[in-house]
Design a protein. Structure first.
Length: 489
């Protein structure tokens, strides 16, 4: 069922989504801008046409109002062409360009007498006559498109009586043509912008998201074989993708280290447990065959089995402690400890336990220093370090402890003057079950987990532990922990 659902989900490339999103965003933005410009421009054109019509009506009416009686064809003819006394009207059409308003091809002028009879017409009217008592300019539906029509009564200049009616039509052909051309240009520009932005978005995403393909290929290889040491090729770009690749490669490196450590951990645990189990099994088989009848052999076998059992118990206990040490940040995040008291306590305890050693403590701190760490864990770290110092000291049985304060940290040092550690081994002393000299370490009772536990504890409280050592000159372990200025907070 789940496989069917996965198959039903169609894969859509992120590049296509990016290109589609870019095109859609550009479409919306450009559409809004174009619509605003288109509306503003067409409205301006329309206002010009309306102004032209109003101006024409005003000019014509100003010439006709001088007539005292009702308008007639002859009176209109005298107004239009006063120098020639002959008719300028042929039927219902007036074609001779005498004044601008009557000869303007955009305007169709009709003049009516008070009874509604047409006295003058410069073209075929698309709108029926309308005898109104006040000036009106309205839009009407024409044959092909809307037209602008103005109606107004004509009053006598002296008597202020209606002597006729004027109707002027603006066919808006020029406006409609400009409107259509502008609309076509906007649509073509809109299509061009969408196409260009989509292509630009696709190629830009191809360039910017190209490392995603490398990450995808790397993940596929790693998912098939987690032990593969394949990494994503780095890019020389200071951006989020470059940081993502670096973080991804670091994550793969950490995962590889964890896998290697886990494999080494299982191998070491198996090796550590195999030896005591084999010893116990050998003694038990010997006792089962013939040793149980010999009291000395029975006693030796039981003692040896108890020793190996104790080793196994200690190993399991240290493994549990290591597991707990990796969870200190969760379980002990609010614990506070006065570092001075713990250092002095461990120092005094080891002086009492090992009187043959000379222990010195250099305490350069006058005030109490509080750190965010569980007291038992800090004591456990110091005991591990001091115990290692005692184990690996040779002829010079001296252990130096130091306590000092930095800007916002407290530093604890544990130094011995024993065997020392080679540089190649110093890098791995904090690894689980790692021992510089396994044979000598086993004789001294070590399982190779002490320093690993100490490191996990210190780092769990956001501290640092480091080692400085040289062969034959001893080793210096440093523990650095952040200081809490106000423990009550």
């Amino acid at each position: 069922m789940e496989n069917q659902k996965k198959k039903s989900k169609r894969f859509v490339s992120l590049r296509l989504k990016w290109a589609f999103g870019t095109a859609l965003g550009s479409l919306i933005i450009f559409f809004i801008v174009t619509l605003a410009m288109f509306t503003s421009f067409t409205q301006n054109l329309f206002r010009q046409e309306r102004s032209l019509l109003n101006q024409g009506m005003t000019n014509i009416s100003q010439q006709l109002v001088k007539n005292n009686g009702p308008l007639t064809r002859r009176s209109i003819d005298r107004v239009v062409d006063p120098e020639n006394d002959h008719s300028l009207v042929s039927g219902a059409d007036y074609r001779r360009p005498v004044i601008k308003e009557l000869s303007d091809g955009h305007l169709i002028v009709n003049i009516y007498n008070p009874q509604g009879k047409n006295l003058l017409s410069t073209g075929k009217a698309d709108v029926k006559q309308s005898l109104v008592n006040e000036r009106q300019v309205q839009l009407y539906r024409g044959t092909n498109h809307r037209i602008l029509v103005g109606h107004m009564p004509i009053y006598s200049e002296k008597s202020r009586q209606v002597i006729g009616y004027l109707q002027v039509e603006n066919n808006l052909n020029s406006y409609t043509q400009s409107y259509s051309q502008l609309r076509l240009v906007c649509i073509m520009a809109l299509c061009l912008v969408v196409l260009a932005s989509g292509l630009l978005g696709y190629f830009l995403s191809y360039f910017l998201l190209r490392p995603m393909s490398d990450i995808h290929d790397t993940v596929k290889v790693i998912s098939k074989d987690p032990t593969k040491e394949i990494r994503v090729p780095t890019i020389n770009r200071n951006d989020e993708m470059s940081e993502l690749i670096d973080m991804f490669n670091e994550m793969l490196d950490r995962m590889q280290r964890y896998i290697d450590q886990q494999s080494q951990f299982v191998s070491d645990v198996s090796h550590e447990l195999r030896t005591p189990v084999a010893i116990i099994q050998g003694h038990l088989e010997m006792l089962q065959r013939w040793g149980k009848d010999d009291p000395q052999v029975l006693d030796d076998s039981l003692n040896a089995s108890l020793v190996e059992t104790k080793r196994m118990k200690n190993l399991v206990q240290e493994m549990l402690e290591l597991s707990r040490a990796e969870q200190v940040e969760i379980n002990f995040r609010n614990q506070h400890t006065v570092v001075n008291d713990v250092v002095h306590q461990v120092f005094n305890n080891f002086k009492m336990l090992y009187p043959e050693f000379t222990f010195t403590l250099d305490d350069d701190v006058d005030e109490k220093i509080t750190a965010n760490i569980y007291r038992d864990h800090l004591e456990q770290v110091l005991v591990i370090l001091c115990d290692n110092a005692v184990k690996y000291s040779n002829d010079r049985k001296e252990i130096h402890l130091t306590l000092s304060r930095g800007m916002n940290t407290v530093e604890i040092g544990v130094q011995d003057f024993g065997e020392g550690i080679a540089p190649e081994d110093a890098k791995r002393v904090f690894d689980r079950f790692y021992r510089v000299d396994k044979a000598r370490s086993r004789k001294k009772g070590g399982n190779g987990l002490g320093l690993s536990i100490a490191q996990r504890l210190v780092e769990g409280y956001h501290g640092q532990i480091s080692l400085e050592s040289s062969l034959g000159a001893g080793s210096l372990f440093k523990v650095v922990l952040p200081i809490i200025d106000d423990p009550e907070e």
